[in-house]
Design a protein. Structure first.
Length: 177
């Protein structure tokens, strides 16, 4: 119909659509490794995002996954040590997220309201939030992990900062753009 002979090379469709399949694979990875799931697979991640609850780990992970990055995220919870695997992988792949106290308090109160929890709780207790932020900073320092501030920044900006850190450490990964 087109007046051309077939090339006779199987797999051309897959090569042409490689970026698409990489993104799908990355999204599947991010969903399977959300919120601390499968810590034994952390070495398979391109990026591991860590931070306290409501610092934006999941939306950031999904945004990066759509760009083709395999991302795992680990919540830092007071009284629960992070998985040991976190300290066994290349520290340059682990990104700690920081958020200002006041902004974290607002996010947590909104979440608590959406969940139908009334009144004060440990989740929104000011001294506990401060302690959580400080404990997270100690984990970042212990691991020697790069840190990115997320307060008042859109996902796109945070994502750009993280991908710059990763590509600076590991070279330009053109298929991840």
């Amino acid at each position: 119909m087109l007046g051309q002979k077939p090339l006779g090379r199987p797999g051309l469709y897959r090569q042409v659509h490689r970026d698409y399949f990489q993104r799908v694979e990355a999204i599947d990875f991010a969903v399977a490794h959300d919120d601390g799931q499968k810590p034994e697979d952390l070495a398979k991640a391109d990026i591991v995002v860590i931070g306290v609850s409501r610092s934006g780990k999941t939306p950031l992970s999904m945004y990066l996954a759509v760009q083709g990055w395999k991302v795992a995220n680990i919540p830092l919870v007071m009284g629960i040590p992070p998985p040991g695997e976190l300290f066994q992988i290349d520290r340059r792949r682990v990104i700690g997220l920081t958020i200002e106290y006041d902004h974290l308090m607002v996010h947590r109160k909104k979440r608590q309201e959406r969940m139908g929890v009334a009144g004060p709780s440990a989740y929104t207790d000011p001294s506990k939030i401060f302690d959580e932020i400080e404990a997270a900073k100690r984990i970042y320092q212990k691991g020697g992990f790069p840190v990115v501030g997320v307060t008042n920044k859109p996902l796109e900006t945070i994502s750009d900062e993280i991908t710059r850190l990763i590509t600076r450490s590991f070279g330009d990964v053109s298929e991840k753009k």
